[in-house]
Design a protein around this ligand. Structure first.
Ligand SMILES: NC(=O)c1ccc[n+]([C@@H]2O[C@H](COP(=O)([O-])OP(=O)(O)OC[C@H]3O[C@@H](n4cnc5c(N)ncnc54)[C@H](O)[C@@H]3O)[C@@H](O)[C@H]2O)c1
Length: 334
């Protein structure tokens, strides 16, 4: 079976591809486990650092906003699609047309391309906790209605509705996941307003300084990349009928303050690492962070057996084990 990951050379796509290739098999359409013959990473960006294609890993460069390219990508034999291609929050807010073209039209192109497949593929769509919005302090759960306050959140909420509708029509066997902020993200800082939450841990552990623009008292709901990949695989493997009509699942997370994140860095990385955090308050970023849910109660995901990290120390330890060696190479390479 062929598995397509859109946005596949991005952070989550790369990690998922490694895991799928390691696992070697996944639930095919209809549920029976099948051997994974090929994982296809579709993205407009070249992978950085480069990925060596193999006989089971293919990289296709293209644009999700082009329906014909997406149709050519989703060939017969495609059993599953992980749809991650997206313009992230600040990018979609800065460019209305681009955000809607990639985050909304792109999702429709993926779902439409599935119409010509012989069997409805499993589709896992990466939505976001940005579908929530309201007055702080905000604690959300599965019952909290989506009231996004950004274009990105609106585009993700719309994508969830499309996934439900195309599933109802039997075109795909869809599942949407609302991701909390994923920490510690390896690589370089990105354009997301949340980028500091990874930088303030990742850079000090790799010997660099990092700016923390928000107050130690601010709280965030976070999940590690390691647990995220476990959740994505579990959601893909489960029987979609067990989700019922509403195919959207809020992923579990832990609620931690920025101060607790720094304390954990000090415990694990030592005083020298903690001293590399430069506390430089930025009212603009602080206001954005104040508008995010500080805690999210994901009862549905937990009842399905999806697990958050035990605590902040576990999240930092997972980064050290999984990503710090490559991060150090990246830093050394300039
Ligand atoms: N990482 C997080 O904390 C987080 C939180 C909430 C939601 N999400 C969602 O999860 C998914 C994966 O996130 P990520 O952190 O890996 O993001 P990422 O930015 O690393 O990856 C997204 C990929 O999409 C690609 N892309 C953008 N426009 C494209 C286009 N027109 N055509 C083809 N590819 C295009 C980018 O090149 C990038 O490689 C995204 O949909 C994101 O919105 C992530």
């Amino acid at each position: 079976m062929r598995i397509v990951i859109t946005g596949g050379t991005g952070f989550v796509g790369r990690k998922l591809a490694e895991r799928l290739l390691r696992d070697g098999a996944a639930a095919g359409p209809g549920g029976a486990r099948q051997e994974i013959s090929e994982v296809v990473l579709f993205d407009q960006a070249e992978p950085m650092p480069p990925i060596e294609p193999t006989n089971r890993l293919k990289i296709v460069t293209g644009d999700i906003t082009d329906a014909a390219q997406v149709e050519a990508l989703i060939t017969p034999g495609t059993g599953s699609i992980y749809h991650f291609a997206a313009v992230v929050s600040a990018g979609a807010e800065a460019d209305l047309d681009l955000g809607y073209a990639v985050n909304l039209d792109g999702t429709r192109h993926v779902l439409n391309a599935a119409r010509k497949l012989p069997a409805p593929p499993r589709v896992v769509f990466a939505s976001s906790a940005a579908v929530y919005g309201g007055e702080p302090p905000l604690t959300v759960d599965d019952e909290t209605p989506p009231t996004p306050r950004t274009s990105y959140g609106a585009q993700k909420a719309a994508g969830e509705l499309f996934v439900n509708d195309y599933t109802r029509r039997g075109i795909v066997d869809g599942r949407s996941v609302r991701l909390p902020t994923i920490v510690v993200r390896p690589g370089r800082p990105n354009k997301a307003a949340s980028t500091f939450a990874s930088s303030m841990l990742r850079e000090p552990l790799a010997g660099q300084t990092a700016i923390c623009p928000v107050s130690p008292a601010s709280r965030m709901a976070i999940l590690s990349p390691r647990r995220l990949i476990d959740c994505l695989i579990a959601l893909h493997e489960m029987d979609g009928d067990d989700l019922g009509f509403n195919r959207t699942v809020l992923l579990p997370s832990i609620s931690v303050s920025i101060g607790e994140m720094a304390d954990s860095l000090r415990r694990i990385g030592g005083e020298a690492a903690a001293a590399r955090i430069l506390w430089e308050p930025d009212p603009f970023i602080q206001k954005i962070v104040d508008g995010w849910p500080g805690a999210m109660l994901a009862q549905r995901a937990e009842s399905l057996g999806f697990k958050a990290d035990a605590n902040m120390d576990e999240i930092i330890t997972a980064f050290i084990e999984d990503d710090l060696p490559a991060q150090r190479r990246l830093v050394a390479g300039g």
